[in-house]
Write a protein that binds this ligand. Structure first.
Ligand SMILES: Nc1ncnc2c1ncn2[C@@H]1O[C@H](COP(=O)(O)OP(=O)(O)O)[C@@H](O)[C@H]1O
Ligand SMILES: C[C@@](O)(CCOP(=O)(O)O)CC(=O)O
Ligand SMILES: [Mg+2]
Length: 398
């Protein structure tokens, strides 16, 4: 089978407000980051499917003939873009040798890869021999949506290689984006990948990975916020490992145990997201004032308390909040919490020396800390000419 080689990338994300609550139908506001995951898909004649995932030290290959045995004999359609095929996931778990409740990083990444590969190519009844290499600038398992960026890249590359969606690249362009129809399809397949990795994702992360920019997300409804001020944000990685799947399941348990206590907290998080959206809109239509920033800071503090109440805080995140507050800056966790990353809002008048001292204080705690740019482009296809040399070098190594 003739397949089309490609290089694709997708951004990570930071959630401003609404993590966890968004899983239960509340509003979240999320922004794309200037840190991306890159995937290179190459056609081979080895009759093997190879996957190289250097970020998680995983390098595997299978004979195409062995993978073909996983396809249904009947020629029935495998996998549906709108729902996870539980029987296929069960078969793949057996095939990879992992149990249902596994939290093993590598197994999740492999299952998501095999699932999307089989479903997308099963339609042609001919599985191609190929090599997929993925490299990410994002820390994995730290709240910046690495699982979604990975799933978006897998979906875009498989759909493109199989010819299901056309290449958006032209002779004049070395980097290009797909149209709405194609992005919709990429996003749906990526969501299935997120389901395998997260268990019960809201879909906000893969939406940001696909569309980029600044999004409002609620129950699958995605609204791009085009009129918002350019916020300056510090990202801090506490480096405490955690699993989104476990944290999301923990919140569900708390909801089941104390519905009358936890549900109002999630309602309040929803109100924080809506108030933040309203404030950002006002800031974009008028000149942003110090009062606007005071409101944004108060919302950050309130939401951080809510996230502690629902059980997704961590002492390292408390330290982040205290250390930045000592310099007059406000922080909250971002993503699933339980460690991982936090965001700190910088005010326009925040002096350079304050930012530098804050970064140093956080580094002294053993954390990574850097100022990020938000609103990066969503999923893209690149010609090799358009990919940074270091990234190309890593992708070409395998
Ligand atoms: N670059 C990558 N290569 C391979 N697997 C990845 C990569 N990025 C993410 N993953 C998968 O996503 C998982 C992390 O997802 P998750 O716990 O949701 O954290 P987050 O999305 O916040 O980084 C990893 O354990 C791995 O299975
Ligand atoms: C906690 C949650 O709201 C965000 C998880 O983000 P991350 O995987 O920690 O980057 C879950 C979700 O929305 O699917
Ligand atoms: Mg994730």
């Amino acid at each position: 089978m003739q397949i089309k080689e490609c290089i694709v990338s997708a951004p990570g994300k930071a959630i401003l407000h609404g993590e966890h609550a968004v899983v239960h139908g509340k509003v979240a506001l999320a922004v794309s980051l200037n840190l991306r995951t890159y995937l290179r898909l190459q056609a081979t004649s080895t009759s093997k499917v190879c996957i190289n995932l250097p970020n998680i030290n995983t390098f595997l290959s299978w004979d195409v003939a062995v993978l073909k045995q996983l396809l249904p004999d009947s020629g029935a359609e495998l996998g549906n873009v709108n729902e996870l095929d539980a029987e296929l996931v069960r078969m793949l778990r057996n095939f990879v040798g992992v149990s249902n409740g596994t939290l093993d990083t590598r197994s999740m990444a492999i299952l998501a890869f095999l699932y999307i590969y089989l479903c997308v190519f099963a339609k042609s009844r001919e599985l191609p021999s190929l090599t997929v290499s993925v490299w990410s600038e994002l820390p994995t398992g730290a709240g910046l949506g690495s699982s979604a960026a990975y799933s978006v890249c897998l979906a875009a590359a498989m759909l493109s290689a199989s010819g299901t969606i056309p290449s958006p690249l032209s002779d004049q362009e070395n980097t290009a984006r797909w149209g709405e129809v194609e992005m919709e399809l990429i996003n749906r397949w990526a969501f299935q990948g997120e389901r395998i990795i997260h268990g019960n994702p809201s879909g906000v992360d893969n939406a940001v990975g696909t569309w980029g920019g600044i999004l409002r997300y609620r129950s699958g409804k995605i609204t791009a916020l085009s009129r918002v001020p350019m916020l300056r944000i510090l990202l801090t990685n506490t480096k405490v490992p955690r699993s989104t799947k476990v944290l999301v399941a923990g919140v569900k348990d708390k909801m089941n145990k104390f519905p009358s206590i936890i549900n109002p907290v999630l309602e309040s998080v929803d109100a924080v997201s809506c108030t933040c959206e309203q404030t950002l809109t006002e800031m974009a239509s008028d000149t942003p004032t110090p009062e606007h920033y005071n409101v944004l800071e108060e919302l950050i503090d309130i939401n951080q308390h809510h996230l502690n109440v629902i059980g997704v805080g961590h002492t390292t995140l408390d330290t982040l909040c205290q250390v930045t507050l000592a310099r007059g800056l406000h922080s909250k966790l971002t993503g699933a919490g339980g460690g991982g990353c936090g965001i700190t809002l910088l005010r326009p008048e925040t002096e350079c020396s304050v930012i530098q001292n804050t970064i140093q204080d956080l580094k002294d705690c053993g954390y990574d800390c850097w100022e990020t740019r938000i609103g990066a482009a969503g999923v893209q296809q690149h010609s090799p000419l358009a990919v940074k040399e270091q990234v190309l070098e890593v992708l070409a190594r395998y």
